[in-house]
Design a binder for this molecule. Sequence first.
Ligand code: VGL
Ligand code: ZN
Length: 223
Amino acid sequence: MKSLDDLQPLLRPGKLRATQPRKENAMTHALLVIDVQNDFCPGGALAVTGGDEIVEGVNAAMAGFDAVILTQDWHPAGHSSFASTHDAAPMSMVDMPYGPQVLWPDHCIQASQGAAFHTDLATDRADLVIRKGYNPAIDSYSAFFENDKTTPTGLEGYLRTRGIDKLTLVGLATDFCVNYSAVDATNLGFDVSVRMDLCRAIDFDGSLAAAAEGMRAAGVKLI
Ligand code: VGL
Ligand code: ZN
């Protein structure tokens, strides 16, 4: 760099052009990896049976996608979805202003070891990590909307501005966060598949069968 005058043009970003889809006639396909976190794996606070078994397959799948996005359940201590906050039993139900809500054991508390990704997950491959459930008053199973079905996480805008129109979901848990994310994505117009072999379920009170039925009815491809 010769002088400050040479540097000046490099400091002016220039005008924005309208967002363009990345390619003509080609779908841009993202892998959406839901909540592969310690608390959802064996030994964790809300352990999903076999939750850790999917990690190797999820890592291997990443190579086949244009984009890899991870979600992370990320609750403040005393979150309204925690049974302890209501002096209630874990897995009981409560009526929230936005509807019925399952009360969970305390899990995925922000910055805790339980909220960290499984240590073997290839997190370096991710373009984006999106956190959800940080609002103390509203749970968020879906990567797209909080459980009030209204408050967006911002993921839809991210995908659209990158020209991503096709999603494959994997992760934990099949019947809650994968299910809600897949159904919301389909309703938003994305082409959505769920790799059932790379998901594991909580399966509480028939929830896996109900979730699978709901996903199929919404137009999600269970593969
Ligand atoms: C989840 C219950 C509570 C999930 C998250 O990742 O499926 N389930 N928080
Ligand atoms: Zn949670």
